[in-house]
Design a protein around this ligand. Structure first.
Ligand SMILES: [Zn+2]
Ligand SMILES: [Zn+2]
Length: 579
């Protein structure tokens, strides 16, 4: 385990001890230990190997032993036992915003609640509001937290769903009975979250295909099994549906089950306006149901769209948001691809809260085949992330300059910072230092609950700062976990366009922020974006994949994406902005 993972467990132990009402000193010891590891600038393995764990402020002998065990084995009996001793319902309550260990203990002791259900009832009956330290507002907040948790638990991150779906699709494709196989549904449409997995297969022998699908490892429950459709529940909670059709029906079924509902309704209306009926089975005459001449040769979605005088509509655009009209006059955008990227920006090193060194990041970028890599560690206001003060920023700029001059890597490294936007909209570092950097990302990391107008003004003020190059994760949302802060997106986009500031598309699969629904209009206004992985390790550089998918969903073509530009154009752009 790395220091971040160990720190997360220590902090969870602190919370579990709080739930049990343990001695506050003991609780604080774990919380301090977690913080000490989070801000540790060296590699944890090195510190352990050199026997210096005890020297860290906040780490006593007993804690050092536990850290060693976690770091070495990834396990800790004390933690496993502790977790098992706390009712599952109380642990689930920790997901509710505003509820920590202390508050949950009060709810448990005073009201006897032990599950989300009993907590919900206590809220509805006014018992929670009547407790000292709670009140009507916090009872309402708990209720909406419980509701959100239910909604969230029914959906899954696209990134995770895709990792589950890929091996299933590959497995289907190698079966001898399978002629063609594709995934469909919201996963194929690149939605940021996915309800369930859908597969469509063309085969003349469904039975063995259905057997393979329902008997796979990882299937915990078979909810339906037939010749045309089977459904299973997988161990990670995802439901997966498989439909097997004849080769002649494949294109129609694939189109139908890819959806969305709105897109399908509009396609059916297009068919009806010609006296035809379009379904997952094919195209027939509306009146007599006889299949239509020419439709039996449709063996691909391209041919299906073509039959209706449309250019091919990529699956990610099929949301019923005007794509059919645009396909009619053949002017759908040429969507950006991962191969178009020539580098990326907004990446962290171990100088703040990343896990890799500057050199490791540069090497990884070179191995990705990138011409440039923009670093952006946190600034000092993000103290929990070990943010850099002015002095450390200057040191890093010098280290980057030396690395570039050494010619060790073919990838050019740009110096940057992810500078905190303070509560009043000013930036966290002084101007002299900001001007020394190649580029500056500005982000909100605190005071999320400001009213909408105030938050909008705060962000616009930061956009107007002459050193600002990019705006980081526009709303701060964490998909399926935390709603973004309130702000007027349109006003922020207008300010960014007016000031030539790039709003990033944060490619972390938990963020994908700014939301894809805003990009098409932003680009029409002349906006430029950058697909930024916000990497905290070399592995995270691969997040650009998720970013590109969402960019495509937002109708973006390569020209609108800054990091598809050549090194020379990027250098010129950044130079010009500095003046
Ligand atoms: Zn950030
Ligand atoms: Zn970041």
């Amino acid at each position: 385990m790395n220091k971040k993972e160990v720190a997360a467990i220590l902090s969870e132990i602190g919370t579990l001890l709080e739930l049990k009402g343990e001695n506050p000193f003991k609780i604080r010891a774990y919380q301090n230990g977690a913080r000490a590891l989070e801000t540790l600038t060296e590699k944890l393995e090195d510190v352990i190997a050199e026997g210096r764990l005890n020297d860290i402020k906040g780490v006593g002998v007993a804690l050092a032993k536990k850290i060693e065990e976690l770091s070495g084995t990834g396990k800790l009996k004390f933690y496993t036992d502790l977790r098992a001793s706390v009712p599952e319902g109380l642990i689930q309550m920790l997901d509710i915003p505003g509820l920590g260990g202390k508050k949950i203990k009060v709810l448990h002791d005073k009201l006897g609640v032990e599950s989300l259900k009993s907590l919900e009832e206590a809220c509805l009956e006014g018992e929670v509001a009547a407790l000292p330290g709670f009140g009507v507002k916090s009872a309402e907040k708990i209720l909406s937290g419980i509701k959100n948790r239910e909604i969230y638990s029914r959906r899954h991150l696209w990134w995770k769903a895709q990792q589950v779906a890929e091996p299933i699709l590959e497995g289907l494709r190698v079966l001898s009975e399978v002629i063609r196989a594709e995934h469909a549904g919201s996963l194929r449409r690149n939605r940021e979250t996915v309800g369930d997995l859908d597969f469509v297969v063309a085969s003349d022998e469904p039975s063995p295909v259905m057997d393979w699908f329902t008997e796979r490892k990882g299937v915990v429950e078979i909810t339906a099994k037939g010749q045309t459709k089977s459904s299973v529940r997988l161990e990670n909670g995802l439901q997966a549906d498989l439909r097997v059709v004849s080769p002649a029906q494949f294109a129609f079924a694939l189109h139908h089950f890819t959806g969305s509902k709105e897109h399908n309704v509009q396609m059916r209306q297009r068919a009806l306006s010609r006296g035809l009926s379009l379904s997952e089975w094919g195209i027939s005459n509306e009146n007599d149901g006889v299949s239509v001449e020419g439709s039996e040769t449709i063996d691909s979605e391209e041919a299906l769209f073509h039959f209706f005088d449309l250019t091919f509509i990529p699956p990610e655009l099929r949301e019923g948001l005007g794509e059919i009209e645009v396909a009619e006059n053949g002017s759908l955008p040429d969507l950006v691809r991962v191969e178009d990227l020539k580098g990326c920006f907004h990446n962290h090193t171990e100088a703040s809260d990343g896990v890799n060194t500057l050199e490791e990041m540069a090497l990884a970028a070179q191995e990705m085949g990138w011409d440039y890599l923009g670093l952006a560690d946190h600034s000092k206001a993000s103290f929990q992330a070990n943010g850099l003060n002015e002095e450390r920023v200057i040191q890093q700029i010098e280290a980057i300059r030396a690395l570039n001059e050494s010619g060790k890597y073919t990838t050019r490294v740009f110096s940057g910072i992810e500078c905190d936007i303070l509560t009043d909209g000013s930036l966290d570092l002084n101007n002299d230092v900001l001007e020394e950097l190649d580029y500056v990302v500005v982000s909100v990391h605190a005071s999320f609950t400001q009213p909408r107008d105030k938050m909008t003004a705060r962000i616009i003020k930061a956009i107007e700062h002459p050193s600002t190059t990019m705006l980081g994760h526009l709303t701060g949302r964490l998909l399926l976990a935390r709603e973004g802060y309130e702000l007027n997106v349109e006003k922020v986009v207008d300010a960014a366009v007016a000031n030539g500031v790039i709003i990033e598309l944060n490619a972390n699969p938990h963020r994908l922020d700014m939301d894809w629904r805003h990009w098409r209009r932003a680009v029409e206004k002349g906006h430029l974006t950058s697909i930024n992985p916000d990497a905290h390790s070399i592995e995270h550089l691969g997040f650009v994949d998720a970013g590109v998918r969402i960019a495509r969903k937002g109708w973006l073509s390569a020209e609108s994406v800054f990091n598809t530009w050549t090194l020379k154009s990027v250098e010129e752009f950044l130079e010009k902005r500095k003046k």
